[in-house]
Design a protein around this ligand. Sequence first.
Ligand code: SF4
Length: 439
Amino acid sequence: MIRPNIGRLEHSLFLDEARMEPLALGVLAGLTPPDVEITLYDDRMEPVRYDEPADLAAISVETFTARRAYEISAAYRQRGVPVILGGIHVTLMPDEAAAYADAIFTGDAETLWPQVIDDARCGRLRKVYHAPVGAPHPGVLPRRDLFQGKGYLPVTLLQFSRGCRFACEFCAVSRYFNRAQFCRAVDEVLAEIEAQGRRHLFFVDDNILADHAAAKELFRALIPLRIQWVSQASLDMTEDLELMDLMARSGCLGNVVGFESLDPQNLQSMRKAPNLQGGLDAYRQQIEVLKDYGLQTWAAFTLGHDFDTVESIHRLLDFALENRFSFAAFNVLMPYPNTPLYQRLAAEGRLLYGGRWWLHPEYRFNYAAFQPRLMTADDLTEAGFYCRAHFNSPGAILHRALDLRTNMRSLYRLAIYAIYSRLFRQETLKKHGMRLGAE
Ligand code: SF4
C-alpha cells in the first residue's frame, strides 16, 4: 500500500514534517484478510522499494498526489506488478485513473475490497470496482501497527462521520458524498478510541457538526474519556450553545472552520450556506462564541472568488490577525475535478493548464489554476503567498499568542500553539511553488 507524496522541491522530494497517519490505508489494511502480508510505503518520507517482491500494489490517490501516484504506478507495472488505484480523485476522475493502472476502485472500500483481494489471489483482477459510498462499516479497526516507526505526528486520526449536508460550490467532499452525511455508531467510536491508547485525537470528519443531534450524542459519550481532540466543523455551530458546551466539555481544543470570504456576494455565489448569517458583524459575534468556549480556531479562507480583488484578499489577512485566530489557511480556490466550480469555470473558458492542472508539468503548488474575474492569476497566486507569509511571520505568531481566552488559556494550550505554529510556518512556506510529481 502506498501513500504518494505531492511532489518535489528544487533538488529533492518534498519531505513533509507535519505528516499525519494515512488513515485510509490503515482502514484498507484492516479490511484485508489477515493471511495477506502488507507493507506500507509513505512516499512523503521513505523510498518506495519497487523491487521488493509484491503481488499487488494499492495506491491511494488525491488530486494533488495524482501525478506522483501515476508515476509510482508506472514503476510497478514496468516490473510486472499489477496496480489498483483508489481514493477520492479516482472516484471523481475514473476514466483518467484507469489509463494509469490495471484496476481502479471507486467509492468506499468496505463493501468490495475483500472481493479485490480474492480476484488478485486468482490473477483475475477486474478493470473497475465500483463500490457505493456510505457509512463506515461496523467492526473494522484500522491497522495502526503499520504506522509505527514512520515519524507521524503523535495524534491519532479517526472518523465519526463522512460527508456533509451542505453543497459549497468548490467542495469535492460534497460532490463525492452527494450532500449526504453518514455517521458511525457512537459505541464503535468509543471502542476504537480505547483500542488505540492516545489522548490526542483528530476526527478527520469533513464536517463533524453537519448533524447537531448526532454530534451531541457523540460528545456526551466522550466527556468521561478525558481526551483532547480537534476536527473540522461549520460555523453554524455557534447558533447552538448546548452543542458548544458539550463540544468544549468533551475535550475539543478547536476546529478547522471554513470562513472562506468576508464578502456576502462571494458567500452567496459559492453557496456557503452555514455562513450566510449577515456578513462581517455576524462573523464577529460568531468568533466571540468560539472564544467563549476556548476553541483555538484554524480559520480557512479560499481566495479568488468572483468578487475578490487583491485588496479584499489582503483584508482577509487583517481580519485573521485582528481576531487572533490560532491558525489560518489562505488557500487559492482550487477547481477540483467534477465539482460544480470546475464545471462552471470550464463552461466559462476560465480553466488554466488545459483544465487538468493536477497533471500539467508546469503547474506549481499554491498557484492559481483558473482565471480570476477581477485580477490576474499571478496576482491571485502572489496575494495568497503574501497572506501566508505574513500570517506565519514571527511577529504575527507572537501577536496571535496573546489571546487570553484561547492560546493563553493555559500553559498546555500555549505549548500546542507554539509547537504547531512553528511547524505550520515551516511547512506552509516550504511547499509554495513545489512541482507536482517527482519525475
Ligand atoms: S461546509 Fe465544508 S464540508 Fe460541507 S460542503 Fe461546505 S466546504 Fe464541503
